[in-house]
Write a protein that binds this ligand. Structure first.
Ligand code: SF4
Ligand code: FES
Length: 224
């Protein structure tokens, strides 16, 4: 066993643990979008999980850091938070913010991260570059709204590594990058088309469960 300190709290753990998952398991929140515990290698794409480690010149991403004996970690350092805020604002510049009408509202990771970082979801710091893809309702179990995707890669990992279909993947680059199927066929017709897990693994309102939508419309109809 080794001892490390996160925000002054001493934590004992086995050597070789991942810093992000160790912090989260000990109720110390570090913002993250692209991390998946089961994934062998961290994806490291969202750049939200910056922390400061004593002895390091610059902040490091917690999801790519392995803990070591005596490590002293600060999740609240201003340099780390500044980097995380910049990455978050970049993410928001590609995301249509309409929480009042979004089915993930309340469980959306963006809302949680915004609160944690003290950033307004409606920030206008960066120019918006929004995709204009149609909503795909062809799946019997979920709705796919590509314009809300934050490119975290979780759904792609799930389809490729968990159920080994590779039915969905990233296409194009830069602001045109999005998650789609082979030949851009409707996602409901793909091998992942009936996987409700996609709505569970997606941290934002890009994949949402249809059941949830049905409940919401019933609530609206009855004024509940
Ligand atoms: S659709 Fe959801 S899970 Fe998939 S990459 Fe986009 S945000 Fe991540
Ligand atoms: S969680 Fe670390 S880079 Fe996304």
């Amino acid at each position: 066993m080794i001892s490390i300190f996160i925000d002054g709290k001493e934590i004992q753990c086995h050597e070789g643990k991942n810093l992000l998952w160790l912090a989260l398991a000990n109720h110390i929140y570090i913002p993250n979008l692209c991390a998946i515990k089961e994934r062998a290698e961290a994806y490291g794409a969202c750049r939200l999980c910056y922390v400061e480690v004593e002895g390091e010149d610059r902040p490091v991403t917690a999801c790519t850091t392995t803990v070591r004996e005596g490590m002293v970690v600060n999740t609240k350092g201003e340099r780390a938070l500044r980097l995380a805020r910049t990455a978050f604002e970049l993410t928001l510049s590609n995301h249509p913010v309409d929480c009042a009408h979004c089915l993930k509202s309340g469980s959306c990771e963006l809302q949680k991260i915004a609160r944690h970082l003290g950033v307004k979801l409606s920030t206008k710091k960066l120019k918006k570059f929004l995709r204009e893809q149609p909503i795909d309702e062809t799946s019997p179990v979920f709705i796919y709204e590509p314009n809300k995707c934050v490119l975290c890669g979780r759904c792609v990992w799930y389809c490729q590594e968990k159920i080994k279909t590779g039915a969905i993947g990233f296409a194009y680059r830069g602001f045109h990058r999005w998650v789609t199927t082979f030949n851009d066929e409707p996602v409901g017709l793909s091998e992942c088309g009936n996987r409700i897990e996609l709505a569970e693994i997606c941290p934002v309102g890009a994949f949402v469960a249809k059941v949830k939508q049905d409940n919401k419309s019933r609530i609206n109809e009855t004024g509940g």
